[in-house]
Design a protein around this ligand. Structure first.
Ligand SMILES: [Zn+2]
Length: 276
């Protein structure tokens, strides 16, 4: 018993150290000029409807960031000659007169029809580089860990599917007993993503926490587990995008420690078995 509690204390210290590091890095990202520019650029990209996302994916499965001809110009890039446009549907409005609650006649806009409009993917443009804040990591060195994580999910009756999620700007998602992971990124990105989604599964079933807190907890676990096994992560970028900060990250220590312990415990057992 004494030995175990000593170990638990040691583990807690490790989690605290990692989280402090993560919290510091996140604050640093948020202070950088590069990150501020990134936020401004991202705000310029239109959020496409589900229907338009499907149209884009159908015409160009590898598309990432899509915008119209003029929008690209505004961002200092131009569409390459001979590029085949992706067609999406844009609403056209008509001005109508309506009587409001107070009885006054007011002018309103109403969608009357949709017209196909051409847009282009970032890969079809050149010019000023867009500020990028990456949350992916390169390399396929953690394949063994990926397999162990999939086995962990099996033991918990969680289904894992690998899918092309590019156009949604997603690398993974979880929805109670089901996890989807990107099929188009490196194995090491898949490992980070899978740990993140496992954390959602372990901690957030039926949870009423805010999205921000859930994301801090899930990415906190991805970071702690990643650090424990010496993996590279971009968790600080991810948490900066979610407007996390030092205080908000440290407030979630307990939940992060709980899920990290479970995942690390499982992986360590598996790795010992593999070495034997
Ligand atoms: Zn998440």
């Amino acid at each position: 018993m004494a030995k175990f509690s000593g170990k638990a204390k040691e583990f807690m210290k490790e989690v605290v150290d990692h989280l402090r590091q993560l919290a510091k890095e996140t604050d640093k990202v948020k202070r950088s000029e590069h990150f501020k520019r990134f936020l401004i650029t991202m705000a310029r990209f239109w959020k496409y409807s589900y229907h338009n996302q499907m149209l884009i994916m159908h015409q160009m499965p590898e598309a990432t960031r899509v915008a119209g001809f003029r929008k690209w110009r505004q961002m200092g890039r131009h569409v390459l000659k001979g590029s085949k446009a992706i067609r999406i549907l844009a609403p056209r409005f008509k001005k109508v007169m309506e009587i409001d609650d107070g009885g006054a006649l007011v002018e309103k806009e109403e969608v009357v029809y949709f017209v196909p409009v051409p847009v282009f993917d970032q890969s079809q443009t050149e010019g000023v580089p867009l500020p990028d804040v990456t949350i992916t990591v390169e390399g396929d060195s953690n394949r063994g860990i990926l397999e162990s994580l999939i086995a962990f999910c099996e033991s918990k009756k969680i289904k894992v599917n690998f899918k092309n999620l590019r156009i949604n700007g997603l690398y993974g998602y979880s929805k109670g007993g089901q996890i989807a992971v990107t099929s188009t990124e490196s194995v090491n990105t898949q490992v980070n993503t899978l740990i993140h989604e496992i954390a959602h599964e372990l901690l957030h079933k039926g949870s009423i926490l805010s999205t921000q807190r859930k994301e801090i907890q899930a990415e906190g676990v991805a970071y702690v587990v990643g650090q424990h096994f010496g993996m590279v992560t971009k968790s600080f970028n991810y948490l900066a995008i979610y407007h996390a900060n030092y205080k908000k990250i440290m407030e979630n220590l307990k939940a992060i420690a709980r899920a990290s312990k479970e995942v690390i415990g499982w992986l360590e057992e598996r790795i010992v078995v593999q070495e034997a």
